[in-house]
Design a binder for this molecule. Structure first.
Ligand SMILES: [Mg+2]
Length: 376
């Protein structure tokens, strides 16, 4: 009942073990192929949006071969089944990874039955992890949000893409003497600071304007070794040009995206342009593809599997989005459960145009409480 029609190959995070601070920055690019484990071919990517698709700016021959072999190994996935026996799913895994918006809360409102459901899972000894692509807050700030909503969640259980950007840089021994240019909000800055990195940009550059005069040239810091791009409500041309100069002109400069989400839900009235729009601008100007650390790239999955020593087959990813959450779980080789309490409707899931099929779907996570009687 709980078996999947195809199992994504298991990939493990290769965390750079060397902490030798003297490692030269030029070694970084040579280190990159070690992270092919999360540069996955995604067989179920929606046709053109490539939302969240992780890829490298440098497409090595081993990378191409890797992708081809994954493609050949995939079988067609069967249609998602309504969750009928929650007990069986709960008993089959040791960890639940929850997306937040649309699963735990909607905007600032807790979804019905969430506290009781999380309590029940904890009482059964399940490890709970919360993963979000939203990079505007740090783990600490998310911790406060959970607290405000009356949920008992520790910072260690929260993995936001802002944290993932800093964790990624740490994992490759990004030199502390180099700087990071940030296009994004407070969350990224706070996580970089906690990780001990020097940064510039962020909200501070939100009000900067370019005044074009004959011969005008924008200076940029040649010590910038990475540009991190996340969702940014104060995105402007200054930031695009600054980030572009760093990526194009600083040798070995990394281009890192927290996510490539096409849309986000700033208000409940409509969908708003997401982090993918900021990343896309830099792709256009640099002709480079970013390294994505948020969903559906498996960096965070690899990171937490490594951190907690979890087998990915013992994880169930629970989310409300097909092209990020469910793909994230599938790319990581986990079981997947789609909840219909967020952005995906049953008709979208069952549309012939949708090729991303979770293992199961249900209305909301509190259906776990009705155990054998979950109805959709
Ligand atoms: Mg969501």
């Amino acid at each position: 009942m709980l078996s999947r029609t195809s199992t994504a190959a298991s990939h493990s995070l290769i965390v750079a073990s060397s902490t030798n601070a003297s490692k030269s920055f030029s070694n970084l690019n040579r280190n990159i192929p070690r992270f092919l484990g999360f540069n996955h071919f995604s067989p179920n990517l929606p046709d053109c949006s490539c939302s969240g698709y992780v890829s490298f700016g440098w497409n090595t021959s081993s990378n191409r071969k890797f992708n081809r072999s994954r493609m050949e190994g995939f079988a067609v996935r069967a249609s998602a089944q309504p969750l009928q026996n929650a007990d069986e799913l709960i008993d089959s895994v040791e960890t639940f990874i929850f997306d937040c918006d649309g699963v735990i809360w909607k905007g600032d409102k807790l979804i019905d039955g969430v506290p009781e459901t999380l309590d029940m899972l904890r009482s059964k000894g399940k490890r709970l992890v919360f993963v979000t692509n939203n990079s505007t807050k740090s783990r600490k700030q998310y911790g406060k949000k959970f607290e405000t909503l009356g949920l008992n969640v520790t910072e260690e259980e929260i993995f936001a893409s802002s944290f993932a950007a800093a964790a990624y840089l740490k994992s490759i021994d990004f030199p502390k003497e180099k700087k990071i240019y940030v296009i994004g909000e407070e969350g990224i800055l706070k996580e970089l600071e906690l990780a001990g990195y020097q940064y510039l940009g962020g909200p501070e550059d939100g009000g900067k304007k370019i005044e074009l005069k004959p011969g005008f040239l924008m200076e940029h810091d040649e010590d910038v070794g990475a540009v991190v791009v996340g969702f940014d409500r104060y995105f402007n041309y200054y930031k695009v040009q600054y980030g572009t100069l760093c990526i194009r002109e600083n040798p070995g400069c990394l281009f890192i995206a927290t996510n490539r989400d096409a849309v986000t839900h700033l208000t409940d009235a409509q969908e708003w342009a997401g982090g993918g729009s900021m990343v896309g601008a830099l792709c256009g100007s640099t002709q480079r593809e970013p390294l994505v650390v948020g969903k559906p790239s498996t960096f965070m999955m690899d990171y937490l599997a490594n951190k907690f020593g979890i087998q990915k087959s013992q994880i169930c990813m629970v989310g409300d989005r097909l092209d990020t959450d469910i793909l994230f779980g599938q790319n990581g080789g986990c079981k997947t459960l789609l909840v219909l309490s967020g952005v995906t409707s049953l008709s979208t899931l069952q549309s012939p145009n949708n090729s991303i099929q979770p293992d199961f779907y249900t209305n909301k996570i509190s259906d776990f409480l009705s155990l054998k009687a979950a109805t959709v």
